[in-house]
Write a protein that binds this ligand. Sequence first.
Ligand code: G3I
Length: 335
Amino acid sequence: TAKGLKDYYKSFFPIGVAVSPYVLRDSATAAFIVKNFNSVTPENAMKMGPIHPEENRYNWRDADAIVDFATAHGIRVRGHNLCWHEQTPEWMFYDKAGKQVTKEVLLQRLKDHITTVVNRYKGKIYAWDVVNEAIDDDSTQFLRNSMWYKICGEDFIAKAFEYAHEADPNAVLFYNDYNTERPEKRERVYRLLKKLVDAHVPINAVGLQAHWSIYEPTRQELETAIKKFASLGLKVQFTELDISVYPWEKNKRELRPGEDMSYSDERKQKQGDQYQMVFEVFRKYKKNVTGVTFWNISDRYTWLDGYPVPGRKNYPLLFDKNLKPKEAFWRVVNF
Ligand code: G3I
């Protein structure tokens, strides 16, 4: 195509993509990214484990490579992420004797981490996912029982935002989570965000990850989520969009006997319908929606390959494994 994906959305919002340094080293892929996207999110390179593997050692190489690439091409960068229950280095929660640290020590470590990382990319990273996925998966619980929560209680959330704001007062600060269109999770995320906003915590926006499927969300669920979160005065971004061609079932790790995992015409059609619908909604709420980022570039590689069902290939993106636009691409750009 002559135009890149981002060009169709010039008057709406930036179109982003999750990247790793190795994809940028391939010149064809790098050119493809520059053509189609005007925002990038490091898929893993800025997470606490990879970037801060030991207490007194930071590993900037991969994160720098992504930021340098983006800066050189006038692409904006979303930082991902500053505090999460996954990909956190073991040392964070223990002292030298192997004993769990106190709340005071852990908050100091969190502060050191956030200050150092945010400072390094000040002026180059315009937005940060400050806290990622703090709400529990179990609908009867509120916050996830992570090490952060076990040691600090709820306070780590507000503190993380304060530390990030202190380090870069101009950065747009996000709470980021998944399944935010499912009514019961939506309500718990809303409850958390409302608490933060009411307490004047420096939070600006909510990231709805958008790991969706050809079966969900519905148009109504999606619109309700946007309106509900925007009513708090927060901007909304879709930060990790992909549309799985299989149903998302909780804890489903195996195929049922006879279950079809082909990328059939029916699945392709449904995927096109779903992509068209969600982008119609994004455009309708362009006042609230300030960005849409895809979680990976094309069906050549997606984190959904083999997840949650080992060995199963997925096809959740707009471009095929040869970087050619799929049916779903045309459904997103023809409006
Ligand atoms: O880098 C190591 C490598 O050294 C090692 O040999 C290899 C063996 O397993 O693992 C490599 O690390 C993997 C890493 O991706 C880099 O490829 C981890 O095992 C793997 O768990 C990790 O997966 C990432 C996942 O977050 C971590 O939980 C995915 O790439 C990444 O797409 C995914 O992204 C998350 C968002 O950050 C938050 N929202 C959900 C989303 C999807 O899970």
